[in-house]
Design a protein around this ligand. Structure first.
Ligand SMILES: [Zn+2]
Length: 277
């Protein structure tokens, strides 16, 4: 199915804090090795199965951590299977539950050096952003290097620094073999594309973000668009609609496979940022 995005939900933090059932969703598979496990429809978290345990991308907020843990079990795994946690960027909605998940799993925690510094210097622009969410301070074990993939067992995740939404926003690319057809698929998740931090009003109050980051976001468009991605995953599921087919994926029915979605998604996000200028 071609690329489609939908509207961002209204008041998602308060919803998850006070009436989470409005946003609850069971874990669902999106590719041969990857499951959507956040348990809620606002922020994505992905569990990738490898031959030596699991990788978790993003953790969402502490208020929905029990939904994430439930999603991990629904995917057929348990928290202690997770060996590496990869964070896309330093905003609370992606790393708010990082400390909790790190303690629960014993996994290594990874982030970009750039966003670690952003968080250290201005937590009020990263981790502590919403009165209804209560993130815990966390410690990063490893920084990404775009030259060295993050490997666990038979899965290697290539990282790419894609600044714009934050200073150290990081995108992920990896390969999975589908046992049903024997083909290798490239799966990707862009680290963050929200225009909320790429506009002049935001820059006028931010302590660290500047219009140069927006320029970099535009400069990366051609490079990102040209990358071959078979299965494009959203960091927020409204940005690339996937929830509409939750529970329908099987290896024989590879419904999220569409080589056109990634480039269309990148173009649409650049268009949205330009529309605010
Ligand atoms: Zn963000």
């Amino acid at each position: 199915m071609a690329f489609r995005c939908t509207k961002a939900p209204k008041d998602p933090v308060a919803t998850l804090a006070y009436h989470p059932w409005d946003m609850a969703i069971d874990a669902f598979q999106v590719s041969p090795r990857t499951w959507y496990v956040s348990g809620q429809t606002w922020v994505g978290a992905y569990l990738i199965e490898t031959s030596e345990g699991c990788i978790l991308i993003d953790t969402a907020i502490p208020e929905s951590a029990y939904m994430l843990v439930n999603g991990i079990y629904q995917s057929g795994h348990k928290p202690s299977d997770i060996k590496k946690i990869l964070l896309s960027h330093a905003h609370f909605d992606h790393c708010g539950a990082a400390a909790l998940m790190q303690h629960l799993t014993g996994a290594e925690l990874w982030m970009s050096k750039e966003d670690w510094e952003f968080y250290q210097k201005v937590p009020e622009e990263t981790l502590v952003l919403d009165k209804d969410s209560h993130p815990q301070d966390f410690k990063v074990d490893h920084f990404y290097s775009d030259d060295t993939p993050v490997t666990l067992g038979d899965i290697s995740i290539r990282t790419m620094l894609t600044p714009g939404h934050t200073i150290g926003c990081t995108s992920f690319f990896w390969e999975e073999v589908n046992p049903a057809d024997g083909k290798t698929y490239t799966v990707a998740m862009h680290g963050g594309v929200g225009a909320n931090t790429m506009n002049d009003q935001y820059y006028s109050t931010s302590k660290m973000l500047t219009p140069a980051l927006r320029d970099r976001f535009f400069a990366d468009e051609a490079k990102l668009e040209a990358m071959h991605v078979d299965i494009a995953l959203p960091s927020h599921p409204n940005q690339i609609e996937i929830v509409d087919r939750a529970g329908q994926y099987t290896n024989e029915n590879n419904i999220y496979y569409d080589e056109t979605v990634w480039a269309d998604f990148i173009r649409e996000r650049v268009r949205q940022v330009k529309a605010l200028m």
